[in-house]
Design a protein around this ligand. Sequence first.
Ligand code: SF4
Length: 227
Amino acid sequence: MIQNFKNNGYEIVDFEEISDIYVVNTCTVTNMSDRKSRQVLRQAKKKNPDAIVVACGCYVQVAQKEIEEINEIDLVLGTNEKSKIVDFVEEFISSKNKEKDYFIEIDNVMQNKEFCDFGSVTYTEKTRAVIKVQDGCDRFCSYCIIPYARGRVRSRKPESVIKEVNEIAKNGIKEVVITGIHVASYGKDFKEEYRLIDLLEEINRIEGIERIRLRINRTSFNYRRIC
Ligand code: SF4
């Protein structure tokens, strides 16, 4: 999302600063994260009452009614809408002139069959790049809300991953961190047989990449009860 704003000429400032737009990418993996998300959304409007406050991400996706009760929010976007955040913000700004003061866009993530590809990102870290290759989970463990917030398994196309890693390697970054919600399911949704190991082997052949790390979702260890 930061990249998307930068590409469209916006300046990124620290959350503590006075800003025209505040984006809160909410989390719902525990009740504590729900509460923190609500607090931060309220704090944003206090910093600048004229700012546009955008609530997006997992908590928004699963708790629309709770989100609607927070008056400080102007724009509500689900997990699928994050890749087009600038379009939604600008649409809201122009509709605001016509006195539309609240806007909600939440897709049914369970019906989503394609990986939402954010494209390549310009990394500021010099040594390491985090590459998201997969989203969603099909396991539906009884204590976990993730599949309801992120939907079913969707994998990023290998050519898109390889293109990004090549760009990274050309920029001198030697280490990639491969991540997703349930990385071991990578490729499960492809028609042709192509699994995580195939992707890793392709990455391993890219000149300049010296280390590949796998990062599993920390949420696997921090459960939130849903019943
Ligand atoms: S605990 Fe992990 S495997 Fe189970 S539903 Fe949640 S994300 Fe999927």
